[in-house]
Design a protein around this ligand. Structure first.
Ligand code: FES
Length: 175
């Protein structure tokens, strides 16, 4: 008998609240496929990242192929295919932010969180052991006039200094 473990992923379904939200949003689009991004956002909000079971479920709901869902998930950096922290901290490192010391902000975050920066292929590398934070570098967040900036989940924080970073982390740690 093989001693290999066979892992069977639990099927995914929307919980009651997300099912209601999905039912409401799907009616706003002329074709189901057009609701791909908000549907994936709902699913990611429910489980934290996009598993193969989520892709299969979303494909069924939107009547498209799993491969089409996979293409979208792979294309957009806001979707994750492996676990991330409760708070994903995106640090812009494009030129206008670089000129206003985003490196200092990033180094401060690395020191405070005692973690490295996640890479596309290794999100765990930038995730704190308690699963609270994931630290990432990203391209322009379209707020260059208030550089340097970070985005924590969906919230933008601008004109950052080390002191402001400390305040943000303290607030999040207390939640
Ligand atoms: S370069 Fe950082 S927000 Fe545009």
């Amino acid at each position: 008998m093989s001693d290999k473990l066979i892992q069977i992923e639990t099927p995914f379904v929307f919980n009651g609240e997300n099912q209601r939200e999905f039912d409401a949003l799907i009616g706003r689009y002329p074709v189901k496929e057009a609701a791909m991004l908000p549907t994936l956002h709902l699913a990611q909000r429910q489980v934290g990242y996009i598993t193969p079971a989520v892709m299969k479920y979303v494909a069924e709901q939107l009547e498209v192929s799993v491969m089409k869902v996979k293409d979208v998930v792979t294309f957009y950096p806001m979707f994750f295919e492996e676990p991330v922290g409760e708070y994903v901290i995106r640090v812009c490192h494009t030129l206008p932010c670089a000129l206003r010391d985003c490196k200092g902000v990033l180094d401060h975050l690395k020191a405070k969180l005692d973690t490295d920066v996640a890479s596309e292929t290794n999100l765990a590398k930038g995730t704190t052991p308690d699963g609270k934070f994931t630290l990432m570098k990203v391209e322009c967040l379209a707020s260059c006039d208030v550089a340097p900036v970070i985005m924590v989940n969906g919230d933008l924080h601008k004109n950052l200094t080390s002191e402001k970073v400390d305040e943000i982390l303290n607030d999040l740690s207390e939640k």
